[in-house]
Design a protein around this ligand. Sequence first.
Ligand code: NAP
Length: 245
Amino acid sequence: MNENTNGRKVALVTGANKGIGYEIAAGLGALGWLVGVGARDEQRRADAVAALRDRGADAFGVPLDVSDDDSVAAAAALLTERHGRLDVLVNNAAVTGGMPQEPTGVDLAELRAVLETNVLGVIRVTNTFLPLLRRSAAPRIVNMSSAVGSLALQSDPDAFTGPTSAAYAPSKTLLNAVTVQYAKELRDTGILINLACPGYCDTDLNGHRGTRTPARGAAIAVELATLPDGGPTGRFFNEDGPLPW
Ligand code: NAP
């Protein structure tokens, strides 16, 4: 089909059927962008697309399980067919794995599953969509990280870093490390790739213990998705500025 975008940007948000990802999709939709709602469950995806469209966003569904090669390839084929390029990729989908997660008792299968989604999933999606991103005039990638991925904060006894976590927190540390390497490789390409920490938000991920709205958490991702040319790359931000590694 290759629908004419009329100069509008095309974005894809993974795990956009709920929580912060849904609000990132809403935020990008509010800019007048075409927003792909990446979600693995058909009903949840359809409901999110309908709700976003009710809010005025030009949203469309993208079947996407970030842990599955075939699903990611099919999603890229859909975007290729529909718009022929991608301007912004937000790697938002993540899981925490079962709790508790003390390192001395961690279930290795659980650890592998968390890494599969939170790290390998991001690499799988990013690499599969890179050809489409390279067709954009100003490609941006935002990886949703967390302050719990900061080793500096984790080793500071006075910092709030959540429960001891041998799977979720290290998955975000590894995501941070991998993102820096992407930025290094892509430095001269015009692709800006950064990490966003949304803060502690009220979502299913933490049993709704978070104290901020998902919309507030989404704001830093929208900011990094809309960076001007020459903006930062390979950096880690929350709404107040750079975070320590
Ligand atoms: P959430 O409400 O649990 O939503 C997670 C989303 O990821 C859901 O749409 C879920 O889809 C999707 N997902 C999980 N595995 C997937 C897979 N294999 N393929 C495709 N989608 C998958 O989480 P959230 O709180 O909005 O978190 C969003 C991002 O912010 C995550 O990267 C998280 O680590 C980060 N973060 C959150 C907080 C917080 O306080 N909430 C703090 C720091 C960082 P289903 O509905 O199908 O499960």
